[in-house]
Write a protein that binds this ligand. Structure first.
Ligand code: ADP
Length: 151
């Protein structure tokens, strides 16, 4: 018996949650895709953030719902407007890696005021996109804490 309280044990457990245990699959689009394609993909895949990748699946940008809304209220032809024109681009992208602690990713989502981050793997060609962690990921973990009898 460790003498630790239930809440101390729970805190220790949560602090050990890693990205690789909880991340979901990334939804990516190629940099040559149009804003129209990106909007279609967002609806079809039912996500709020798309990662823009090059031909090696390496990260070059992010587009969110608001990025696409901003482009859509402009006067441009959305099928002729490449998504790479409107995306937030590297190196200004917050990423995480599989071995990172989920609590640190959650803090980043709050501090940077973003909905999600790509999970990346370092390769010679760049940061390969292998997953995503979003506010939904964190919400699922919160619910699982109760349903899995951690408490
Ligand atoms: P929304 O625009 O739907 O509110 P976000 O809050 O996630 O969604 O996005 C806000 C801004 O931050 C957008 O311009 C988006 O391109 C950018 N952004 C989203 N995710 C990231 C990220 N992981 N790193 C850097 N910028 C991001």
């Amino acid at each position: 018996y460790t003498g630790k309280t239930g809440s101390e044990l729970l805190t220790e457990k949560i602090k050990k949650f890693k990205v690789h245990e909880y991340h979901s699959i990334p939804i990516v689009v190629q940099e040559s895709a149009s804003v129209y394609d990106a909007i279609s993909t967002m609806f079809l895949e039912d996500v709020g953030t798309l990662f823009i990748v090059d031909e090696h699946s390496c990260l070059i940008g992010v587009v969110s719902r608001k990025d696409l809304l901003r482009a859509a209220i402009g006067k441009q032809d959305l099928s002729a407007l490449p998504v790479h024109i409107i995306m937030t681009r590297m190196p200004n992208i917050t990423v995480c890696r599989k071995e990172d602690l989920l609590i640190d990713v959650a803090k980043n989502l709050i501090n940077k005021q973003i909905d999600g981050v790509p999970v990346v793997k370092d390769t010679p060609k760049g940061l390969e996109v292998v997953g995503r962690v979003t506010k939904t990921t964190i919400t699922n973990v919160f619910v699982e804490l109760i349903t899995d009898n951690h408490i």
